[in-house]
Write a new protein. Structure first.
Length: 76
């Protein structure tokens, strides 16, 4: 059974649209939404395991130019 997670993403000023575009191109990304509040983007990801989601966040999302902080909430 696949694991799903919400990823809350804070971006640098003026970089949100570029980050959204990059996120939408990642495998496993189910939705990417712009939001208001302390975070700029909420993304829904799906992977085989919680470990695979963690690896995707650290190896791909953290390296997107303009991403300044993330918070991952796994769905159980």
């Amino acid at each position: 059974m696949a694991t799903r997670a919400y990823v809350f993403i804070e971006t640098e000023v003026g970089k949100t649209k570029d980050v959204v575009t990059a996120l939408r191109n990642l495998e496993g990304m189910k939705s990417v939404d712009l939001v208001t509040g302390p975070y700029d983007i909420i993304a829904v990801m799906q992977g085989k395991t919680s470990d695979s989601i963690g690896k995707l966040v650290t190896s791909k999302i953290h390296h997107i130019s303009g991403v300044s902080r993330t918070l991952i909430c796994l769905v159980y």
